[in-house]
Design a protein around this ligand. Structure first.
Ligand code: GLP
Length: 244
């Protein structure tokens, strides 16, 4: 889906999410969202907040699982994805506090495998993800599933690529401040989601959008796994689509 700009595309994605939340409400069911961080989804979250304020869109039946968190990371740090999600969405809507889950960047390293297993179990117990929102890294990662991640991978600790850390260096005030690891949901949870929407804005994403959509399915470009998903859409602006 190619749009003139990020705002138009984000409006369409937010509308799709709102429709799903309302449809689930009518059925008396929870709506399980897989949520992403990074700059790309910010405009979608802004639209959802607007719909909450102007149309009374309620998030009371929303349960959400975030893709990833740096490791180690304190939740109150300005770099944490907990803080990001609260600032960009959760604190502005009526989602109950006990309904959102974000990988815990404070788990002692010996307990990460345990934590990861519980994260996956919780997701499965909720019936899996109804709608998964994704960005894409400059190296084709989804969540923090770096190149080399397998299609059946689960929630786990990941060593970040140099290019991923370099992309975050400015935000952290220097490369040496960027964590070397992250806890990420696996590719399998993303592939099991009933609907997947990937967002990409701007020219810098164009080469990876081309490889993901038109290149071979390969673990070297984790987003290319999505070619095998039965219900996926890439929402891109004209600049991210420029190499297609
Ligand atoms: C980080 C996040 C990814 C995100 C990527 C792209 O690596 N863990 O989930 O997709 O950044 O970020 P941006 O949307 O800012 O380009």
């Amino acid at each position: 889906q190619i749009y003139a700009d990020a705002k138009d595309a984000s409006r369409a994605v937010a509308q799709e999410i709102a429709d799903l939340i309302r449809a689930k409400q009518k059925e008396g069911k929870n709506c399980v969202l897989g949520l992403a961080t990074g700059s790309s989804p910010k405009t979608v979250y802004a639209e959802l907040i607007k719909m909450h304020r102007e149309e009374g869109l309620s998030f009371k039946n929303v349960v959400s699982f975030n893709l990833d968190e740096y490791y180690p990371m304190q939740p109150d740090s300005i770099h944490s994805y907990v803080r990001f999600m609260r600032e960009q969405l959760f604190d502005h809507v009526d989602i109950p506090k006990e309904n959102y889950f974000i990988p815990d960047g404070t788990v002692p390293s010996a307990l990460i495998a345990d934590f990861a297993q519980r994260y996956d179990n919780k997701m499965n117990a909720m019936g899996g993800i109804d709608f998964q929102l994704l960005g894409i890294g400059g190296n084709g990662h989804i969540g923090f599933n770096e190149p080399g991640s397998l299609i059946n991978s689960r929630t786990r600790l990941m060593t970040l690529d140099h290019s991923t850390r370099a992309a975050a260096a400015m935000e952290f005030g220097g490369l040496h401040h960027v964590p070397k690891k992250a806890i990420t949901m696996g590719v399998s949870s993303i592939m099991n989601a009933k609907r997947v929407v990937l967002l990409a804005w701007g020219e810098r994403k164009a080469p990876m959008i081309k490889s993901s959509v038109e290149g071979p399915v390969s673990e070297l470009v984790p987003a290319s796994y999505l070619q095998a998903h039965p219900n996926v859409a890439f929402f891109v602006d004209t600049r991210a689509a420029s190499e297609l």
